[in-house]
Design a binder for this molecule. Structure first.
Ligand SMILES: Cc1cc2nc3c(=O)[nH]c(=O)nc-3n(C[C@H](O)[C@H](O)[C@H](O)COP(=O)(O)O)c2cc1C
Length: 165
C-alpha cells in the first residue's frame, strides 16, 4: 500500500482548501508545511502545494520545499499543485519570456524539490484560480476556488489514489 501525504503552505486559505480536497480524494491527511512529519521518509507519494506572489513562488514556499528536498526523499513520487490569481496569465515581459504563471510556478517547485534529481516528479499536476486577499479582504476572484475547482481537486486526489494503489 502506498503511503501518501499532502503538504502545503497557504496564507489566505485557497491552497489549504485545495490541499484538503486532494487529501480527501486520496484518503489521507493534508498537513501545513510547518508540521511536516518526522517520518517523512516512510511516505511513498508526496503531494506538494503552494502559491505565488508578484509572479514568484513566495519565499515561504521556496524555503519549505528546499528544506524538504534535503530530507531523505530519494525515489519518492511527487505531485505538484498550486492556486493563484491568474494561473493562465502570461508572465510580465512575455515577449522575452513566453511562459505563463503556471509554467513558472511548476518549474520553480520542480527545480527546488528535485534539485538532486533523486525523485520522480509526476506529470499529474493541479492548479486553479484563488481569491486574492489584501489585509484579509477579498479584492479579486471572489468565489475561487470554485465548487468545480474543489470537485476537480478531489478527483485529482482520487486519480492519484487509483494510480498508486
Ligand atoms: C500581494 C499578492 C500578490 C500576488 N501576486 C500574484 C501574481 O503575481 N500572480 C498570480 O497569479 N497571483 C498572485 N496573487 C494571488 C495569489 O497567488 C492567490 O490569491 C493564491 O490563491 C493565494 O493562496 P492562499 O489563499 O493559499 O494564500 C497575489 C496575491 C497577493 C496577496
Amino acid at each position: 500500500m502506498t503511503k501518501a501525504i499532502v503538504i502545503y503552505n497557504s496564507r489566505g486559505g485557497n491552497t489549504k482548501q485545495v490541499a484538503e480536497k486532494i487529501a480527501e480524494g486520496l484518503g489521507v491527511e493534508a498537513i501545513n508545511q510547518k508540521s511536516i512529519p518526522k517520518d517523512i521518509e516512510d511516505y511513498d507519494l508526496l503531494v506538494l502545494g503552494t502559491w505565488p506572489m508578484m509572479f514568484r513562488v513566495t519565499s515561504t514556499g521556496k524555503r519549505w520545499l528546499k528544506k524538504l528536498s534535503k530530507k531523505n526523499i530519494d525515489g519518492k513520487a511527487v505531485a505538484l499543485f498550486f492556486t493563484s490569481g491568474g494561473p493562465d496569465e502570461n508572465m510580465p515581459k512575455s515577449e522575452d519570456n513566453p511562459k505563463k504563471i503556471k509554467e513558472m510556478v511548476f518549474e520553480t517547485m520542480e527545480n527546488i524539490i528535485n534539485k538532486n534529481g533523486n525523485i520522480t516528479v509526476l506529470e499529474e499536476r493541479f492548479y486553479c484560480k484563488g481569491a486574492i486577499r489584501m489585509m484579509g479582504k477579498i479584492v479579486d476572484n471572489e468565489g475561487y476556488p470554485s465548487k468545480e475547482d474543489l470537485q476537480n481537486a478531489r478527483i485529482f486526489g482520487e486519480n492519484l489514489k487509483k494510480k498508486f494503489s
